[in-house]
Design a protein around this ligand. Structure first.
Ligand code: UGA
Length: 442
């Protein structure tokens, strides 16, 4: 089966490579020539573990192609996946102009029945809009179906998430389209992945509701952590005690400096906007958005407090800049407000991230010193901040770190280290929600 994937961003590229690996003949299209040229040379524009090997394998096998020729890509495909960006507009709503452009191109190249699949996260009603655009533009002469098939990929484990998902959601009306989608995902049927078959609107909402729920869960535990600090409890014990209840579950109960990334901040705002427009304001989500912003500020305040009398002339080492480990993505990373605030306070920031430093340079204030490794960043620092829990920051040589710093103060915003061990090693150590002084052994 021929498939066209429009957009070679994060979602498009992973989808294209994985579908090719399922045995489909996939053409990935992007309008940025340099991107396509790079992909044709085997260069991957994003950092995602395993993606380079998967692209190389399937390109070599002749199942994965890259082109800027959208018309040709559409014309030869039975299914066209829309995976273009839906960036947030000023008011938080999603900008659908790229989706509209692709829908128009599909209409102009509708040379036979096609399934038009939205992979991008799109507001509820977009499937309907795409259908109307194509019907109007073609005069309804050629049959087609519109399907919503949202992605639930996490950056850093996107390939695993695609190949072994918790579920596949297919929103469609017509049985022919559902049958084609099932055919595309047949390798997942074989491993008994649950499929949710529903209408387009429900499928579109499943994506937003899932992300908003996860963002709420994280925000909830972040608020619990603040309470733990105030009341002398330990957030990890509380999270464990909560998470063992199967109705709650243990995942996404890890406190941090506030969620970031290209999805949760954008999707929570978009869902709040959708709900407002529908006349049913989604108050929990509105609150989550506001609380998460405050959490990022609170993270910066924690660091400033550790500096004592303000940031002026102080040196702060920052370990981790990306919004989470295993990605070079800086979008909405808590590092942006935290580092900006420190620089504004007059501190010199010495930063290190294993993958995101190039991207960080574009969004962090001038004057940040980019370092070669964690120890280099720690040189002469008054405070060391752990902002992203990359694995390599979990087993640092603490004596070496201590020796490199001017003052042995650590603010661990991801709770990577054990407070007792840090104290033993002579650090003044602050983390999140671990103010308990009287925890029993073991
Ligand atoms: C998220 C969802 O997890 C995916 O299912 C979804 O497909 C994707 O958005 C999307 O909409 O495309 P992602 O943004 O890659 O994936 O990242 P997550 O692993 O979900 O983490 C998001 C943020 O929450 C990060 O800043 C992370 O540090 C933070 N987080 C996560 C916590 O602070 N605590 C946790 O317990 C979990």
């Amino acid at each position: 089966m021929h498939i066209c994937v429009v957009g070679t961003g994060y979602v498009g590229l992973v989808t294209g490579a994985c579908l090719a690996d399922f045995g489909m003949d996939v053409t990935c299209v992007d309008k940025v020539t340099e991107k396509i040229d790079a992909l044709n040379r085997g260069e991957i524009p994003i950092y995602e573990p395993g993606l380079d090997a998967l692209v190389a394998k399937n390109a070599k096998a002749g199942r994965l192609h890259f082109t800027t020729d959208l018309s040709a890509g559409i014309r030869q495909a039975l299914a066209v996946f829309i995976a273009v960006g839906t960036p947030p507009k000023e008011d938080g709503s999603a900008d659908l102009s790229y989706v509209v452009q692709v829908a128009e191109a599909i209409a102009d190249n509708l040379n036979g029945y096609k399934v038009v699949v939205t992979k991008s996260t799109v507001p509820i009603g977009t499937g309907q809009m795409i259908e109307e655009i194509i019907r109007k533009r073609t005069g309804g002469t050629v049959p087609f179906s519109v399907v919503s098939n949202p992605e639930f990929l996490r950056e850093g484990s996107a390939i695993e998430d695609f190949m072994r998902p918790d579920r596949v959601v297919i929103g469609a009306r017509d049985p022919q389209a559902i049958a084609i989608m099932k055919d595309i995902y047949s390798p997942l049927y074989l491993i008994e992945t649950p499929f949710v078959i529903t209408n387009v609107e429900s499928s579109e909402l499943i994506k937003y509701a899932s992300n908003a729920f996860l963002a709420t869960k994280i925000t909830f535990i972040n608020e619990v952590a603040a309470l733990c600090d105030a009341l002398g409890a330990d957030v990890h014990h509380v999270a464990k005690g909560m998470g063992l209840d199967k109705r709650i579950g243990p995942k996404f109960l890890h406190p941090g400096p506030g969620y970031g990334g290209s999805c949760f901040p954008k999707d929570t705002q978009a869902l709040a906007d959708i709900a407002r427009n529908a006349g049913v304001p989604f108050e929990i989500v509105e609150t989550v958005v506001a609380v998460n912003e405050r959490l990022k500020e609170r993270a910066a305040e924690k660091v400033l407090a550790a500096l004592g009398d303000g940031g002026e002339d102080a040196t702060v080492a920052v370990l981790g800049l990306s919004f989470k480990p295993e990605t070079d993505d800086m979008r909405e990373s808590p590092a942006i407000p935290v580092v900006t605030r420190l620089v504004e306070a007059g501190a010199t920031v010495r930063a290190f991230d294993p993958a995101a430093m190039e991207n960080a340079k574009a969004v962090l204030p001038d004057g940040v010193v980019y370092c070669e490794n964690a120890y280099h960043a720690a040189e002469g620092a008054d405070v060391l901040v752990i902002l992203t829990e990359w694995n390599q920051f979990r087993s640092l040589d603490l004596d070496r770190l201590h020796a490199a710093m001017r003052r042995p103060v650590v603010v661990d915003l991801r709770n990577v280290y054990d407070p007792a061990r840090m104290a033993e090693k002579g650090f003044e150590y602050t983390s999140i929600g671990r103010a308990a002084k009287n925890l029993p052994e073991g």
